[in-house]
Write a protein that binds this ligand. Structure first.
Ligand code: C2E
Ligand code: MG
Ligand code: MG
Ligand code: MG
Length: 299
C-alpha cells in the first residue's frame, strides 16, 4: 500500500504529495509501533494459545487439537494471527514466539494426558523461519523430553510454501523430524505451489484440506471435485486426511460420505482457551462413556 501511495503522490503532485507522504508516515509509524509491541509481547506474557478440537467422525472421539496463537494486547485487544504472524516472520520474532508456542502446547497436552485424556495429539503450526533455523530439530527434541511427551503425540503443520521455500533443506529437516517420531502434516493443502512430484518426497503423515475448498463444497462442483480428489490422493498415498473449516452438517456429511473421517471447524468448536478446552474434553469423554458415538452435537 505504501508504494501505491507513493505512486499516486508523484502522479498528483503538489499538496497531494504531502497528503500521501503523511499517510505513509502514519502507516510506517503504525508498523514501528506494532513491531515494538510485538517485541515486548513475549516477556509481558501477552500471547495465549487457543485450542480447536480435531474430531474423528467414525468413533466420535476428539483425537487431537490444533494450537492457535492469540495476542492479547492491553490496548489493541485481541490481535488475530493474520495481523502479526507476517510481521513476526519478517522481524525474526517468530523464532522465540514459535519456541514458546511449541513448549506451551506440548506442556499443555502433557497436562491433559496426566488428567486422563489419553490418545490425544497436538498440532502446532511451524513457520518457514523456524524450519530454516539451525538446530530446529534439536529444539523440538528438547521440548519433547522436557514435557515428557511421546513424540507421536506431536504433529507439526507445515505449509507448501514453507516447504517450497527451500525444498531440499525442508526434505532433510522433515526426515530428521520423522526420525524423532513426530507426525508431519501439510497445512492448507492444495493452495500452495508444491507439485505431486514433491509430495512424493515429503515424509508427511497427514494432508489438511484447506478451508477454501470446504467452504462452498456443497454448492460448487469444482470444490467438490477438488476435495474428493485430495481425499483419494491421500488414501492412495497412504496418508491421513483431515478437513479444516467444517462449519455445517452438510459439509460434514459430504466429507464423511467421501471418506474423510477427521475434521476440524466451527461446527464442532471454535478455538477456545486451554481452560475451556479441558471442559470440552471432559464433556466429550462423558458423552462417549454414555454410549454415544456423536461428538460435540453431531446427530
Ligand atoms: P491455519 O493453521 O490454517 O489455522 C486454521 C485457521 O482457521 C485458524 O485461524 C482457525 O481459527 C480458523 N478456523 C477454524 N475452523 C474454522 C471454520 O470452521 N471456519 C472458518 N472460517 N475458520 C476456521 P487463526 O487462528 O486466525 O489462524 C490463522 C493462521 O495463522 C493459521 O492458519 C496459521 O497459518 C497461523 N497461525 C496461527 N497460530 C500460529 C502459530 O502458533 N504459529 C505460526 N507459525 N502460525 C500460526
Ligand atoms: Mg494450521
Ligand atoms: Mg490450515
Ligand atoms: Mg489456513
Amino acid at each position: 500500500r505504501a508504494d501505491i501511495a507513493m505512486f499516486r503522490a508523484k502522479e498528483l503532485g503538489g499538496d497531494n504529495y504531502k497528503f500521501y507522504t503523511h499517510a505513509m508516515r502514519e502507516q510506517l509509524g503504525e508498523r514501528v509501533q506494532m513491531e515494538n509491541a510485538l517485541r515486548q509481547a513475549l516477556e509481558r506474557r501477552e500471547f495465549v494459545l487457543y485450542y480447536q478440537p480435531q474430531v474423528d467422525i467414525g468413533s466420535g472421539r476428539i483425537v487431537g487439537m490444533e494450537a492457535l496463537i492469540r495476542w492479547q494486547h492491553p490496548e489493541m485487544g485481541m490481535v488475530a494471527p493474520g495481523r502479526f504472524i507476517p510481521l513476526a516472520e519478517e522481524t525474526g520474532m517468530i523464532l522465540p514466539m514459535g519456541a514458546w508456542v511449541l513448549r506451551s502446547a506440548c506442556q499443555q497436552l502433557r497436562t491433559w494426558q496426566s488428567e486422563g485424556h489419553r490418545n490425544l495429539r497436538v498440532a502446532v503450526n511451524v513457520s518457514a523461519r523456524q524450519m530454516a533455523e539451525q538446530g530446529f530439530v534439536g529444539s523440538v527434541a528438547d521440548v519433547l523430553v522436557e514435557a515428557g511427551l511421546d513424540p507421536t503425540c506431536l504433529e507439526l503443520e507445515l505449509t507448501e510454501s514453507l516447504v517450497m521455500n527451500d525444498v531440499e533443506h525442508a526434505i532433510v529437516v522433515m526426515r530428521q523430524l520423522k526420525k524423532l517420531g513426530v507426525k508431519l502434516a501439510i497445512d492448507d493443502f492444495g493452495t500452495g505451489y508444491s507439485s505431486l512430484a514433491h509430495l512424493k518426497r515429503f515424509t508427511v503423515d497427514v494432508l489438511k484440506i484447506d478451508q477454501a475448498f470446504v467452504r462452498d463444497l456443497t454448492v460448487d462442483p469444482d470444490d467438490a471435485a477438488i476435495v474428493t480428489t485430495i481425499i483419494a490422493l491421500a488414501a492412495n498415498l497412504n496418508l491421513q486426511v483431515i478437513s479444516e473449516g467444517v462449519e455445517t452438517l452438510e459439509q460434514l456429511s459430504f466429507l464423511r460420505a467421501h471418506g474423510c473421517s477427521q475434521m476440524q471447524g466451527y461446527y464442532f468448536s471454535r478455538p477456545v482457551p486451554a481452560s475451556a478446552f479441558g471442559a470440552v474434553l471432559d464433556e466429550n469423554d462423558a458423552r462417549l462413556a454414555a454410549g454415544s458415538a456423536a461428538p460435540l452435537g453431531v446427530a
